[in-house]
Design a protein around this ligand. Structure first.
Ligand SMILES: C[S@@+](CC[C@H](N)C(=O)[O-])C[C@H]1O[C@@H](n2cnc3c(N)ncnc32)[C@H](O)[C@@H]1O
Length: 272
């Protein structure tokens, strides 16, 4: 159970706030609604602790004077420019084949939005109740957006731990084309360069990190790789460029970018 969080809203948005509080309550997050006069940047600066807030743009996570939600609208420019050739993630996940793809570490859903935009049929799995609720809200708004609608409609959200979800798919003898994994980053001492990149994480990622456990207890997702390999013809893992392999498993093929790389694992026996 995640401990009680404040949810700030102006009087105009009280119904929406009650709706989110109920949804989060069902997902094990207890939320205390606090009505305020004006939810502006001054208020957020004066209330720097981790909280949620609601306004005309839906549900937000707030802390340290900033607020954050998955920024699918902000990705529109990238989506317009994106092509199967120009996007390394699209080549690594073979999006040209319009695969059935499970993204087992959803986060803000930005990678999957891009892959869905380029034609993948995505099942997006997230276990964190607040992140999942933010994603659900973002997808609803994206469905009403001209540019984002088609991609958002190709994404199905699942609230689950991926270890359970992948094991369940294996027990149903389900095979998918791709499982995509982008777990939290390796420990800082594993790689100096990766640590430097980590220090530069964007505002959004800073807030995301506040929701997740401290580095010491961070779940690096090693156990997801063998589970994914049971059901996916191709597993693609996103890593900082010089980071160690997920689960220590070396890869058959790599796509290398400036800041990150994609490691691919092929299960040839699932290809029939
Ligand atoms: C680095 S973020 C992924 C960022 C994402 N690729 C994007 O484009 O926004 C990792 C996310 O995976 C989630 N995650 C990690 N392990 C998971 C698991 N076993 N089941 C479900 N979600 C998991 C974390 O809660 C976190 O939100």
């Amino acid at each position: 159970m995640v401990s009680a969080l404040r949810l700030y809203a102006e009087q105009t948005f009280v119904e929406q706030a009650q709706h989110y509080a109920a949804v989060l309550g069902m997902r094990g997050v207890s939320v205390e609604i606090e009505l305020i006069e004006k939810l502006g940047s001054r208020f957020l600066r004066l209330n720097p602790e981790l909280a949620l807030c609601v306004d005309q743009d839906g549900l937000w996570l707030a802390a340290n004077g900033m607020k954050m939600q998955p920024d699918w609208k902000g990705e529109s420019g990238r989506l317009k420019r994106a092509s199967l050739k120009s996007e390394m993630i699209a080549r690594a996940c073979n999006i040209a084949e319009k695969p059935r793809l499970i993204d087992a570490t959803a986060g803000l859903g930005h990678d999957s939005l891009l892959m869905a935009h380029l034609g993948a049929h995505v099942t997006l799995v997230e276990r964190h109740p607040i992140l999942f609720t933010l994603l659900e809200d973002t997808q609803q708004r994206a469905l009403d957006d001209k540019i984002l609608h088609a991609a958002a409609a190709r994404i199905r959200l699942v609230f689950s731990d991926s270890a359970d979800y992948l094991a369940q798919q294996a027990s149903l003898v389900q095979v998918v084309d791709v499982v995509y994994l982008d777990p939290m980053f390796p420990q800082r001492d594993q790689n100096q360069n990766a640590a430097k990149k980590q220090a530069q994480v964007k505002k959004q990622m800073q807030l995301l990190h506040m929701l997740l456990p401290e580095d010491g207890e961070m779940d690096l997702g090693d156990h997801l790789l063998p589970l994914a390999q049971k059901i996916a013809k191709r597993v693609v893992v996103k890593r900082p460029r010089l980071a160690v392999f997920l689960a220590g498993q070396s890869t058959e093929h790599q796509w290398l970018g400036d800041a990150c790389r994609f490691d691919a694992y092929f299960q040839h026996d699932l290809n029939t």
